[in-house]
Write a protein that binds this ligand. Structure first.
Ligand code: URA
Length: 198
């Protein structure tokens, strides 16, 4: 068993916060350990909770279309979330839940060591750029220690707000050149936060 798989086994039985009480299945995240590209969403919704897999509902279908638009598929990328268990009624994760779960995501980032991390929406954005707002930060890649951070809107936002669809589609097109590091990037203003070790 790889360390990523061991981590997933631990997540499946985790009871470190009360979200474990309401979940059907925890959703550790998935993808190859050697992935150059990692997506970080918010947390599992209904479909993800049922299946134990990230981004398998409508937002996931859009994410797959976006990947196809740059010639990629989901089996080439690592897909994770800020929190691994579905909050009741899909409410926003509470700070204590994010804190309890961050050790898992931090370890996934260390193990996969992606070249590019694409944050989907505001919850994963502020993990890396505390105080940033998605309306200002979207589409602007910055260099962090060890990876390029590329914040974009959450694909679910486009399902609720049609005008964001073309914004996400346009911004997705930059991902291949970020993977090739064919762009000059500013250093992130905030120092990269220490990743916590399990
Ligand atoms: N939205 C997310 O943020 N994550 C998922 O896994 C599914 C929908």
């Amino acid at each position: 068993m790889t360390e990523l798989q061991e981590l997933a086994s631990r997540i499946h039985v985790c009871t470190d916060c009360s979200l474990s009480e309401g979940r059907t299945r925890a959703v550790p995240g998935e993808g190859p350990e050697q992935a150059d590209l990692m997506f970080i969403g918010e947390g599992p919704g209904y479909h993800e909770d049922q299946q134990g897999r990230p981004f398998v509902g409508p937002a996931g279908q859009f994410l797959e279309q976006l990947l196809a638009s740059i010639g990629m598929s989901r089996d080439q990328v690592f897909i994770a979330n800020m929190i691994k268990c579905r909050p009741p009624n899909n409410r926003d994760p509470l700070p204590g839940e994010v804190a309890a779960c961050s050790k898992y995501l931090d370890r996934q980032i260390q193990l996969v060591a992606p070249k590019v991390i694409v944050t989907l929406g505001r919850h994963s954005l502020v993990k890396f750029l505390p105080g940033a707002t998605i309306s200002k930060a979207h589409g602007k890649a910055v260099r962090k220690e060890g990876f390029i951070l590329y914040p974009i809107y959450h694909p679910a936002a486009a399902l609720h707000q049609q005008s964001l669809r073309s914004v996400i589609e346009e911004e997705f097109k930059a991902i291949p050149s970020l993977l090739q590091e064919q762009v000059v990037l500013p250093q992130a203003e905030e120092p990269a936060r220490q990743l916590s070790l399990l």
